[in-house]
Design a protein around this ligand. Sequence first.
Ligand code: SF4
Length: 703
Amino acid sequence: EVALSVPDKQVDSVCPYCGVGCQLTYNVKDNRILYVEGRNGPANLGRLCVKGRYGFDYAHHPHRLTKPLIRREGVPKTGDFTMDPDRVLDVFREASWEEALALAGGKLAGIRDLHGGVALAGFGSAKGSNEEAYLFQKLVRTGFGTNNVDHCTRLCHASSVSALLEGIGSGAVSNPVMDVTRAEVIVVIGANPTVNHPVAATWIKNAVRSGAKLVVLDPRRSELARHAHRYLQFKPDTDVALLNAMMHVIVTEKLVDDGFIASRTIGYDELERNVAEYSPEAMAPICGIDAETIRYVARLYATSRGSMILWGMGVSQHVHGTDNARCLIALSLMTGQIGRPGTGLHPLRGQNNVQGASDAGLIPMMLPDYQRVDNPAARARFEAAWGATLDPKPGLTVVEIMDAIDAGQIRGMYIMGENPAMSDPDANHARAALAALEHLVVQDIFLTETAYLADVILPASAFPEKTGTFTNTDRLVQLGRQAIDPPGEARQDLWIIQQMANRLGLPWSYGHVSEVFDEMRRTMASIGGITWERLERNGAVVYPCMNEGDIGQPVVFTETFPREGGKARFVPADIIPADERPDGDYPMVLITGRQLEHWHTGSMTRRATVLDAIEPDPVALVHPLDLERMGITPGQAITIASRRGEVVLYARADDSSPVGAIFVPFCYYEAAINRLTNAALDPFGKIPEFKYCAIRVTPGGEV
Ligand code: SF4
């Protein structure tokens, strides 16, 4: 009946899922989205993937939170999470907004007044708008009085950003994805864009069809590898060995760009000395790629007229994630493959607004626009703009905050739209930490696994229920427009943040979302030239866009790098092994990631009818040889255990995973795989090692 209905309005917006930032149109009738169509946006030219096209009816799901909830007295924060809405009222009681806000804000203010701001922390969301991210971090910094504010960028590309800021002075991409269509050589490493950035993958395939040479480097053979000129299935955890060997070839065969190195970089001599020991012959047994292939790929990358590198979390989610990214940066600098169209470095950003949330200061060491909190001049500027005194000490990161709860330092948290009970490493520990808080406020659209542990739950708005700006992986600031109203008493997030701010003593009274964006423009030079009117007119503007009238810069670093002296810096890297290697007790390796149909912790896509119908059950992807060795038939339940916990799910035969390594998506609450992952951190980006830990697999168990 719905499918045959004729929409009564069409609303232009953007996709709420990945960082590609496809523009779309919601077709709406009687406050329900009937269907979605692709629009002619700069990143998608009308294309959409299965998530963007079919993943919209979660907004109408009966599990939506429609009233504020307060935990019933005496109900312990234990027991298994349930998706059963009938059991929600066993744990929580419904409350008025006034009562819920008074309790939520009042308790946090009480902890602040008694123990200081350092006893509080906030997680914002890369699913929220730029304006929500900006106000949330401003609330934590000026209302709580601490820099303990972070979000899922810490679990995603924090190590890439750390290396990029250190090496070239900017954490964002140098060139848009679409530049692959101008490249001669495209290197995709540690990324599976067909699954995680599907429309971006189509541009890569189009480029290959037009003659570009694609090189895929990945321990897991992605679908994209079918299109590759060369596919290098290197051993998990050996990125630095492989990349240093490539650089060794480029140095010894004199394929470096001497002019670029001399005029635009510093630190090359140290890098050259470091890679001298990494000959392809020495590294071949370590990374599992023969020396001649390493030589061939290194020559191909160095000598083309335009080579572009794109990478994902296969690079970043290691204890040596920053070192992996340092090697990629060095490759591009030593060959001059950056600063022109069809070249450059593109860390594929995951969430639809992880770029914008980071830009807006939703990270513990940076104010908006990557101004360091420990820089007195930067702090003084924001203190003047916000009329507040700011803490000069960088705050704690996501995993550090969980440890600080254990240590009794953090006592209260405000979590907006994040689900650390599912997404954090060693999730059993994360859940115990969240449960141990004196006061936890969660703002979300569903009773997530994290909300289940809350004291107060504030029902929020889904993506199509609000207007705001979202910044995609290409640095495009795009306008998402409200298409439907929130259900019941659910409210828009910007309103809720302001109400919380008021309860913490901040006299905020922003009206339209554009008022928040205007304040951001005044405090963030990179978007200073983007007016709300221009966004309404054009739908998207790329930054840097410093002054009104600037067209914005899709390709950056053409003349200079935003570092001291305008020069990029080489940072050498050596091999650091994974924190937890397989052994006799736990002989296999676990790699976690995503599926095409499901998004992150699954709270939206598992409630989207079409997507959940395609992938309804928790699965582990296991190589057929491993299945045979363990006597497991595909479809059978298996138990996977690490030193931190165990889960039961169904085995699926999958020869793209290397023998001895198992891939599990982290979206299934019934088999929350992050109960098993290792919380060891990269020392620079503080990102956990999701891509490698030791496990044991046994047949059987009950899903
Ligand atoms: Fe949405 Fe990403 Fe798919 Fe585009 S590629 S429709 S942004 S999930």
